[in-house]
Ligand binder design. Sequence first.
Ligand SMILES: Cc1cc2nc3c(=O)[nH]c(=O)nc-3n(C[C@H](O)[C@H](O)[C@H](O)COP(=O)(O)O)c2cc1C
Length: 265
Amino acid sequence: MTGQLRILVLIGSPRSEESWTYRVIRQIERKMNDLQPTAFEYVFLGKLQVPYCDGCLSCVRVGEESCPEFATIGPIAARMDAADGLVLGAPVHTFAVTGLMKNFVEYFMYKRNRPSFFGKKAIVTCAASGGGHRGVLDFLEGTASAWGCDVVTRLGISSSQMHKKRYLQLIDECTSDVAEKFVAAIRAGAYQQVTLNQLVNFRAMQNMTRSQPDTKNYAYWQERGWLEAVYYTDAPTSHWARFMAGYVARRMRGAIRKGNIRPFR
Ligand SMILES: Cc1cc2nc3c(=O)[nH]c(=O)nc-3n(C[C@H](O)[C@H](O)[C@H](O)COP(=O)(O)O)c2cc1C
């Protein structure tokens, strides 16, 4: 891909422009611009003032347009759709993702059921003073991946270290690496290799959707041939991952059929 890259950034820190989350992504933006002209557009989730998702699930059952907050969420979804790449950034609060980011992605529950961002590249970042990066990065990566994105790479920073020369040098190296990988993946455009986790998630969604005929999800999956597919796209997969995902899917179907799903302890 030549020309200007369009990147949409979701900032899940209540501290918006003051946040380390934002400042580190700005560093990545500058480095991407050194490689190729890139237009970053920032959405500060704290400024959207959306209430808590009320859990009506009408986005899943009826359609995303029926969400009570569609006037706010719909245009952002359209901007995400139009972007060449997405960045999901959030701080660690109480060893988990911020409520702000969590609430926002709840409005995109329909996209986990009816993913559409295939081929769109994403990166995920987080900031913590000390610990909890892995859980938040895993959550953000899992979210972008469930929407259909290829997550190219991730970066977690420790804000308590951002005054130390050596640490700043390491961050400088990391942001250069992230920028290079992000630009290269968008330019290449090819689907990334699908992981076992993604294949298993696909099979779980497939089992669930097959058991819900006459729903919006079922029609969406049927139209795309996903009810019988191995994965959403023809992205490369390993033979071993396909075999394991098939095994897990059969176990899941068997447990559901026999009614021996057990409480989770
Ligand atoms: C409510 C709250 C909970 C926090 N919990 C954690 C935590 O579990 N682990 C940690 O290392 N830092 C924690 N922090 C510190 C923030 O992660 C840290 O200040 C970070 O830089 C904030 O990111 P931001 O500057 O992008 O807003 C917490 C901060 C707040 C306000």
